[in-house]
Design a protein around this ligand. Structure first.
Ligand SMILES: [Zn+2]
Length: 264
């Protein structure tokens, strides 16, 4: 567990000890304001993490509500236990058994929801003042995998553009370090996605059709352990090209989602 304070103490970050290839140094939980405070992503159900959250929330005068960026367990797992400590705290997310169902533009305490589908169809980012909380839409380091779902890649790019328009001062991501230059990071994310798409289109133009060949050509920089994530993202890119009428015939489509061993 490690903690940081940002924005003159308005925001506190507490990192869970669930490090891994997808969770990086662990999931970040973000606490906003005080009297009561609001929480973005309780994180995984780990006793040490839960105690750290409870202590900080009590120090800040209680918990007004819990907002989930998405319902993957590494972001939402501690929510039920946390609500036992703070029974009045409302739970809000885009789907699932929640008290408040959020959509793009919803307000929840100091948070405004921004639709950022892609990594998961229910994914939301939150903005409070000039601070962004991006869950798995934008990470402190590296890029995220995009899960195939109708319109996932196009929706993801649109979400990144909307975040970019907010002129945020900092981004507090779901994993990895705080992003102190959001504009540059979002530009980099957009360029990275469009670069992959360009390289994929070139590989298809060059006659490649098999998943293995496309991955070897377009994701040549992806470490072996992230290959399943690259295959999932390839599927989302192929869906987008198909939606745009740009997919040639005979392209092998990745199968077998969810890929075993992949813990979002
Ligand atoms: Zn995550």
């Amino acid at each position: 567990m490690s903690a940081v304070e940002l924005a003159q103490g308005t925001v506190a970050g507490i990192r869970a000890e669930n490090r891994g290839p997808f969770t990086l140094s662990g999931t970040n939980s973000w606490i906003v304001g005080r009297g009561p405070a609001w929480l973005v992503d309780p994180g995984p159900m780990l006793e040490d993490h839960l105690s750290a959250l409870v202590a900080e929330l009590e120090r800040r005068g209680g918990l007004g509500g819990i907002a989930l960026t998405h319902d993957h367990a590494d972001h939402s797992g501690a929510a039920p236990a946390l609500r036992e400590h703070f029974p009045d705290a409302r739970l809000a997310a885009a789907r699932g058994k929640v008290d408040v169902e959020l959509e793009h533009g919803s307000r929840f305490g100091p948070l405004e929801a921004i639709a950022t589908p892609g990594h998961a169809p229910d994914h939301l980012a939150f903005v409070a003042g000039d601070v962004g909380f991006t869950g798995d839409a934008v990470l402190g380091v590296g890029s995220v995998f995009i899960a195939p779902d109708p319109g996932a890649m196009a929706g993801y790019l649109e979400g990144l553009r909307m975040l970019r328009e907010r002129r945020l001062a900092i981004i507090c991501p779901g994993h990895g370090p705080v992003i102190s230059d959001p504009r540059a990071k979002l530009d980099q994310y957009l360029a990275h996605r469009l670069d992959r798409e360009r390289r994929l289109a070139a590989a298809l133009d060059g006659g490649l059709r098999r998943v293995d060949d496309l991955i070897a050509e377009v994701w040549d920089d992806a470490p072996e352990i992230l290959r399943p994530a690259a295959v999932i993202t390839l599927a989302a890119h192929l869906d987008k090209l198909e939606d745009e009428g740009r997919l040639p015939d005979g392209v092998q489509r990745p199968a077998g989602w969810p890929i075993s061993g992949l813990q979002p």
